[in-house]
Design a protein. Structure first.
Length: 86
Protein backbone atom coordinates (compact mmCIF):
# COMPACT_ATOMS: atom_id res chain seq x y z
CA UNK A 1 0.00 0.00 0.00
CA UNK A 2 1.34 3.46 -0.88
CA UNK A 3 0.52 6.49 1.27
CA UNK A 4 1.70 9.94 0.14
CA UNK A 5 4.62 8.36 -1.67
CA UNK A 6 5.80 6.35 1.34
CA UNK A 7 5.33 2.62 1.64
CA UNK A 8 3.35 1.38 4.59
CA UNK A 9 2.73 -2.18 5.63
CA UNK A 10 0.12 -3.75 7.86
CA UNK A 11 1.37 -6.64 9.95
CA UNK A 12 -0.60 -9.76 8.95
CA UNK A 13 -1.97 -10.12 12.49
CA UNK A 14 -3.61 -6.72 12.19
CA UNK A 15 -5.07 -6.86 8.67
CA UNK A 16 -8.50 -6.92 10.34
CA UNK A 17 -7.89 -3.31 11.45
CA UNK A 18 -8.69 -2.24 7.91
CA UNK A 19 -12.26 -3.29 8.64
CA UNK A 20 -12.65 -1.11 11.71
CA UNK A 21 -14.35 2.28 11.51
CA UNK A 22 -11.84 4.17 13.67
CA UNK A 23 -8.71 3.14 15.54
CA UNK A 24 -6.40 5.09 17.86
CA UNK A 25 -3.19 3.13 18.31
CA UNK A 26 -1.84 5.36 21.08
CA UNK A 27 -4.91 4.69 23.23
CA UNK A 28 -5.40 1.12 21.91
CA UNK A 29 -9.01 2.08 21.19
CA UNK A 30 -11.27 0.90 18.37
CA UNK A 31 -14.59 2.68 17.72
CA UNK A 32 -17.24 0.94 15.64
CA UNK A 33 -20.42 2.53 14.28
CA UNK A 34 -22.81 -0.17 13.13
CA UNK A 35 -26.32 -0.87 11.94
CA UNK A 36 -28.51 -3.35 13.75
CA UNK A 37 -27.41 -6.12 11.38
CA UNK A 38 -24.31 -6.33 13.59
CA UNK A 39 -26.29 -7.20 16.74
CA UNK A 40 -25.01 -10.50 18.10
CA UNK A 41 -22.94 -10.98 14.95
CA UNK A 42 -20.58 -13.93 15.44
CA UNK A 43 -17.87 -12.44 13.23
CA UNK A 44 -17.90 -9.18 15.20
CA UNK A 45 -17.74 -11.07 18.50
CA UNK A 46 -14.76 -13.13 17.33
CA UNK A 47 -12.96 -10.07 15.96
CA UNK A 48 -13.63 -8.12 19.16
CA UNK A 49 -12.23 -11.01 21.22
CA UNK A 50 -9.08 -11.05 19.07
CA UNK A 51 -8.49 -7.31 19.47
CA UNK A 52 -9.21 -7.38 23.21
CA UNK A 53 -6.61 -10.14 23.45
CA UNK A 54 -4.17 -7.78 21.74
CA UNK A 55 -4.85 -5.06 24.32
CA UNK A 56 -7.41 -2.96 22.41
CA UNK A 57 -10.60 -1.61 23.93
CA UNK A 58 -13.66 -1.48 21.70
CA UNK A 59 -16.53 0.97 21.76
CA UNK A 60 -19.51 0.10 19.61
CA UNK A 61 -22.29 2.54 18.79
CA UNK A 62 -25.40 2.06 16.69
CA UNK A 63 -25.83 4.32 13.65
CA UNK A 64 -29.07 5.69 15.10
CA UNK A 65 -27.33 6.58 18.36
CA UNK A 66 -24.70 8.58 16.49
CA UNK A 67 -27.36 10.45 14.53
CA UNK A 68 -29.62 11.17 17.50
CA UNK A 69 -27.02 11.64 20.24
CA UNK A 70 -23.73 12.68 18.64
CA UNK A 71 -22.71 14.73 21.69
CA UNK A 72 -23.22 11.74 23.98
CA UNK A 73 -21.23 9.48 21.66
CA UNK A 74 -18.39 12.00 21.51
CA UNK A 75 -18.39 12.32 25.31
CA UNK A 76 -18.23 8.54 25.68
CA UNK A 77 -15.25 8.38 23.31
CA UNK A 78 -13.49 11.23 25.14
CA UNK A 79 -14.08 9.52 28.48
CA UNK A 80 -12.57 6.31 27.14
CA UNK A 81 -9.57 8.19 25.76
CA UNK A 82 -9.02 9.83 29.15
CA UNK A 83 -9.01 6.37 30.74
CA UNK A 84 -6.44 5.08 28.24
CA UNK A 85 -3.60 5.30 30.75
CA UNK A 86 -5.37 3.31 33.47
Amino acid sequence: MQTAGAASHVHPRFRLLRRTDFVCFDARLIVEVDGFQHAENGRDLARDAFFRGEGFRILRFWNEEVVKNLDGVCLAILAELRNAGE
